[in-house]
Design a protein. Sequence first.
Length: 269
Amino acid sequence: MARDFKDKVVVVTGAASGLGYALCKRFAQAGAKIAGLDKDAKGLEILAEELKTMGASANTFVCDVTDEAAVNDTMGQVVDKMGDIYVLINNAGVSHVSLFQKTKASVLKTVIDISLFGTIYCTKAAIDSIVRTQGTIIGIASVAGYAPLAGRTGYAAAKHGMAGFLNTLRTEVARSGVQVLLVFATYIKTNLGKNNLSADGTPMSKERPTSGNVLMPDDAADSIFNAAAQEERQLLLGETAQASWDLYHSDPVAYEEIMLSLNEYVFDL
């Protein structure tokens, strides 16, 4: 039986732009009550206005997911103001494009703090509420969450970590009726590419080459919504994600050769 999100509280991190913004709209279309979290106050204002025009019940919260105390406080506000959480979508993330040898350790820590510890902090703060609703936890990972991606060692570490964390958490909460969905996404047209960090931590401010088809946020959000509704455990989002999964698990050397040929530019950065 498909899950119904009408009048249920859905929390989305990284909600002010890109995929997070699209996910807020998609779940709102299904009648969910949206709690949008992001560091970007101005972006949240724009989101709130659009959700209002849709007639959605929504609240936005300025929150840095790397700040455990702030996350705990924000999740408490969500529950107090809106009720128990039915869906938590761990979407907030950042990447870098730089070879490990050239990259400051602080840059790798920033990437891991946002994508991995942000997921851990948010999930920890929300887990009791989600158990009460027998809800769903979603992690927006990446092809880099199961396969190597040259020039993104920190990002791959974060997304591999997210996958390990949520796959293991699933085994602990399944008997409580909680669902866990891991989304391994290919390239989605968001601000993530422009916000990639360079070796010294400064934003790159421009897109880098991508491989395969690039998904639009609304299409990606629709696929994720449907997978959550159908209680899927894993979603390989996009043709490139499915092809990469198949090749890497059947012939990892061949996968690495193709991946390197498509990312040769990272060696010149």
